[in-house]
Structures are given as structure tokens and as C-alpha cells.
Design a protein around this ligand. Structure first.
Ligand SMILES: [Zn+2]
Length: 307
């Protein structure tokens, strides 16, 4: 049988994670898209919003015939929660130490320092645990050189900022609009629009603050609890003030929130004002400032606060 030339053959090595409106995820060196971070050579970190999910990728890119970079399958992908769990340990991973090390994060990410001809490489692999507790590795490994790694350590805060931005600007807005469109407003309230805006904003801040508080309690890692100290003063879960909690656990807690449930609760609480939740209103809502206010409200709710 004659072999047919298939023009698509070259493209099936590509990984498709284009943003929902962009058909192609390739780019040229002089037009690196937003939320992409060059780590050196052809390795990039990219934060994407696709199919209602925000994800962080560490990935090797290749060049096509037009010298445009496109993502390959050689890479790993993090949920925002896994990303932040990794970031919280990033300082502890020392690429310049002379021992080969392996650390496991959230029992789904393995990071190993491996020396290849005396040069350290940092290898990222995703896995899941099988029923017999053995590890099953997910295809796709990302190998960072020491320079890639140092650059990742340098820009990790900017990557988290991108995750934050896409979570609030894209995911949360889309969830709001899609959830609101499922419910027909039963009564159309005609109140002063700025009054409604204030009510809805306050309600979302309050709800986000409650979810954030519960989420911080979930991710809180108390040494005293782990060691079962009987002296309460040995427990950070009791002694640590809320401002410090936000600093240490705020981002991780935020990315652990079940936003779908949060939006459902929000819609239920404000069902009589649903006719105001249209795209014009939702798109001009300042989600990042809502989150900032939720953090402030959480800090102010500290029972041990002295002022
Ligand atoms: Zn404790």
C-alpha cells in the first residue's frame, strides 16, 4: 500500500492548550503571550485558562518551520493548588547541593535532582497512587537545567500572580455568568443600580471571606497538632494571628476553594437580584479588590486582635 503524505502528521506532537478564544498556542520570540514566562533555552512556564480550568505548565517548546515556538508533550501541568504547594517548598529544593534528592508534593508531583555528567538537572514528574500504593507516572516529564530552575525560583511570584489574575478575571466571572444564566430571575427588582452593586459586592466579599477562613483551617499545618502537644502554647493553630495565617497560607487556601460551590451559594443568597448579574455588570466588577477586601475582613475577624 502506498503511504499517503499526511500534512497533519507534524502537528500531532503539539499539545493543545490554547486559551478558549485563541485557536493556536504558538508564538514568536518577540511576541511572548501574556502569562508565559521564559525560563531559558526553549523552556517556558505558562498559565492557561481553558475549559473552565486554570493551570500552570512547565514545558519544553519547539520551533516550527516559521521559527514559531509551540508547546510539546514534554512538560508537566499543575492545578493552582498543586502549584502553590510546590511554591511553598521551592526554597527547600537546592539545585546546587551535591546530593541527589527527591521530594514529593501533595502525593502527585515528584521532583528529583539528578546529576547528568556532574551537572544538576531538576526533573518534574506527575504521578498518581494506585490501589496497591505503587506510583503510576503520568506521561510527560519536564527536565529543567540549573539555569531554568534559578529563573523559575526568580519568577515564581509572577506566575502565582498570573494564576490569581486568571482565577478572578476569567474563571470566577465565567462561573458567575454561567450559573446566573441557569436560573430565571423570578422577580425583577428595580432598585437603584449602585445600591444593588454595593449589596452584591458586600455579599461576595463576605462569602469569599467565609470560604477563605474555612480553607485556611483546612490547609493549616500545625506542628503542635502533628506532635500532639498538650500545651496549647505549642499550637500555631491557636497562637498564630490571622494576618500571619494569610501571609503563610492565603494563596494556597485561595486555590483550594471550591469556587463552583461558592458561586452557587452566592447566586442562592442573591437570587432576587439576579437580573443585575449580566455580563456588563460582571465584567466591570473588580474581582481582585473583592479578594483583597475578603482578606482584610478575615484579618479583622481575628478573635485575638487587639485593636
Ligand atoms: Zn494545633
Amino acid at each position: 500500500m502506498k503511504r499517503m503524505f499526511n500534512p497533519n502528521n507534524g502537528s500531532n506532537k503539539r499539545v493543545c492548550f490554547s486559551e478558549d478564544t485563541k485557536p493556536d498556542s504558538s508564538f514568536s520570540d518577540d511576541s511572548i503571550p501574556p502569562h508565559h514566562f521564559h525560563l531559558g533555552q526553549d523552556v517556558y512556564a505558562a498559565v492557561t485558562y481553558f475549559a473552565t480550568m486554570v493551570q500552570v505548565h512547565l514545558r519544553l517548546y519547539k520551533r516550527d518551520g516559521n521559527n514559531r515556538l509551540f508547546p510539546t508533550k514534554r512538560g508537566v501541568c499543575f492545578s493552582p493548588m498543586l502549584w502553590q504547594s510546590f511554591v511553598n517548598q521551592i526554597e527547600q529544593i537546592n539545585s546546587s547541593s551535591s546530593v541527589e534528592e527527591t521530594i514529593l508534593i501533595k502525593d502527585s508531583l515528584m521532583i528529583s535532582t539528578v546529576f547528568i555528567e556532574n551537572i544538576p538537572n531538576i526533573i518534574f514528574q506527575r504521578y498518581f497512587k494506585k490501589k496497591d500504593y505503587s506510583k503510576k507516572f503520568v506521561p510527560g516529564t519536564c527536565v529543567l537545567s540549573e539555569n531554568n530552575w534559578l529563573e523559575l525560583q526568580r519568577v515564581h511570584k509572577n506566575i502565582t500572580e498570573s494564576v490569581m489574575r486568571l482565577t478572578f478575571d476569567r474563571m470566577l466571572r465565567n462561573l458567575l455568568l454561567s450559573e446566573a444564566s441557569k436560573i430565571m430571575p423570578s422577580a425583577v427588582v428595580n432598585t437603584n443600580a449602585s445600591e444593588v452593586e454595593l449589596v452584591l459586592t458586600t455579599s461576595l466579599i463576605k462569602l469569599l471571606c467565609d470560604y477563605l477562613g474555612n480553607s485556611i483551617a483546612d490547609v493549616f499545618d500545625c506542628y503542635g497538632c502533628a506532635q500532639q502537644y498538650s500545651n496549647q502554647l505549642g499550637h500555631e493553630c491557636i497562637t498564630m494571628d490571622y494576618e500571619t495565617r494569610i501571609r503563610f497560607y492565603g494563596d494556597l487556601a485561595l486555590f483550594t476553594i471550591d469556587f463552583e460551590q461558592l458561586i452557587k451559594d452566592f447566586i442562592q443568597r442573591n437570587i432576587q437580584m439576579l437580573n443585575y448579574l449580566n455580563s456588563t455588570f460582571v465584567n466591570k466588577w473588580d474581582m481582585l479588590s473583592i479578594f483583597d477586601n475578603a482578606k482584610k475582613m478575615y484579618i479583622a475577624s481575628d478573635p485575638n486582635r487587639l485593636y
